[in-house]
Design a binder for this molecule. Structure first.
Ligand code: AMP
Ligand code: MG
Length: 446
């Protein structure tokens, strides 16, 4: 039997004696499907990498400081390092006159100590000489005047009494030697890169990124760049899914298009070797050629679910008996482009973030006002594509047009998914809604 003769078989979900499929009670709730998927994932192992390559990854070890920061007491200003007791009570009318015995710039070590009645010119970041306890900035001295008048800088008049210790940054002020600077589990952002660099460390141990194999299935799919012939469409799912993998912190590995026949699908699945997760699209619903189900059933322990959500009702999840007998979790997304992206968002993204060791798995959820209705005709939880704007201190969610699961451009116009609960037939304009924020950026002004 060729794939095209592949018979109409009851495929998805329990079939009741009276023949109805997908009655609401047969469907899994989103939460239940989520729990079942997530039970298969845990934090991956660590890898050691050059510091800059670790952005967005999670520290796999505590970072203890091999040094004090700053290593030496140093000046916070360009000015004069002196003894506070020499300037007690100084003012414009009654300045303290000190003898200037030297200069110290950043990167140098002072070669003199400051004795009573003396001062050292000092630049920002330069180590404070022994004996000095305070730095008075140039602005509070006659330095500028002396320079103007061409006078030598071997003397200085101090015009202000400043608190003892002023403008001296003590050694270890930021970090003391041996201190726990960054905890295991911290996400490396630009600030952490800076902190780690300030400790002189050029390599870090982080949780490695998961490799996610991405496989499209369908006889109708054409590769980008090839001309479209009758009945074909371009394979967009491979790209939206691979992009979503990368945006979630994983490493996408595009396996291409498997045709709707056992041989091709089996061959393409060979390339899943070494991946931490396989994400397929299409072939998991009720059509004649949805043979992904057959192959997966043969090659692993798979479950095919109807999830009580719209879009993205059909979902497959289980373990593929992959190349070399290794079990690899497999998530079978529905084929419709929006369903694929929404199912990825709900199930694949949290799985990837869990493997990355991230604790913040869900997106931010905000409460907002709907500006147009969301309909719910069959008791599923609706995730409506909306554009969220902040106006007069409130979030306003506007549905981005037709909500068919094939209308991918409406996903592109959306920055959030507004929820209509399963038990509510409609959310009307003016109603409050929960919105999952897909993008959390300046356009929403947060
Ligand atoms: P299926 O689950 O195979 O019945 O596919 C559902 C719908 O999604 C059909 O209209 C397919 O043509 C479409 N589809 C499946 N795979 C892709 C893909 N990779 N890119 C774009 N559309 C797809
Ligand atoms: Mg198909």
């Amino acid at each position: 039997m060729t794939s095209h003769q592949h018979g109409q078989q009851p495929s998805e979900g329990p079939v009741h004696a009276h023949g109805h499929r997908h009655a609401a009670e047969d469907m899994l709730s989103v939460e239940e499907a989520y729990e079942r998927v997530m039970a298969s994932f845990q934090t991956l192992e660590a890898e050691e990498k050059p510091l800059l390559d670790c952005m967005g990854q999670v520290l796999a070890e505590d970072i203890l400081s091999p040094l004090a920061l700053p290593p030496l007491a140093n000046s916070a200003m360009d000015g004069y390092a002196l003894r506070h007791s020499d300037i007690a009570g100084a003012s414009q009318e009654n300045p303290s006159n000190l003898r200037v015995i030297g200069l110290v710039a950043a990167g140098q070590m002072p070669d003199k100590s400051v004795a009573p009645g003396t001062a050292v010119r000092i630049m920002t970041g330069a180590p404070v000489p022994d004996g000095a306890d305070t730095v008075v900035p140039f602005e509070e001295t006659d330095e500028v005047q002396r320079k103007k008048e061409g006078k030598p800088l071997d003397q200085v008049a101090i015009f202000a009494d400043m608190p003892v210790g002023c403008n001296v940054r003590p050694a270890g002020e930021d970090v003391s030697l041996g201190a726990l600077v960054l905890k295991k589990g911290t996400v490396v952002r630009a600030a952490e890169v800076g902190v780690i660099a300030s400790l002189g460390l050029d390599k870090v141990k982080v949780i490695r990124r998961p490799v996610v194999a991405v496989l499209a299935t369908g006889d109708e799919l054409e590769n980008l760049g090839a001309p479209l012939t009758g009945g074909k469409i371009y394979d967009s799912n491979s790209f939206s899914v691979a992009a979503s993998v990368a945006a979630s912190g994983g490493i996408p590995k595009i396996l291409g298009i498997a045709r709707d026949n056992l041989g091709d699908l089996n061959a393409k699945l060979e390339a899943t070797a070494g991946s931490d997760l396989v994400v397929t699209s299409a072939g998991v619903s009720k059509g004649d050629y949805d043979i992904v189900k057959d192959v997966l059933n043969e090659r692993g322990e798979m479950n095919f679910w109807s999830v009580r959500m719209r879009p993205a009702k059909p979902l497959a999840f289980g373990h593929l008996n992959g190349p070399g007998g290794k079990n690899i979790p497999l998530l079978g997304l529905p084929g419709n482009p929006v369903s694929a992206m929404v199912a990825f968002e709900m199930f694949a993204r949290p799985a990837i973030r869990t493997m990355l060791g991230k604790v913040k798995i869900p997106r931010p959820v905000v409460e907002g006002v709907l500006t147009g209705p969301i309909h719910n005709d069959d008791g599923r939880r609706v995730y409506a594509r909306v554009e969220v704007e902040l106006k007069d201190g409130k979030y306003h969610a506007t549905p981005t047009g037709p909500q068919g699961s094939n209308i991918l451009t409406s996903m592109s116009r959306a920055n959030g998914l507004a929820i209509c609960p399963e038990d509510l037939p409609v959310k009307n304009a003016g109603d409050q809604v929960q919105i999952i924020m897909l993008d959390w950026n300046e356009e929403v002004q947060v």
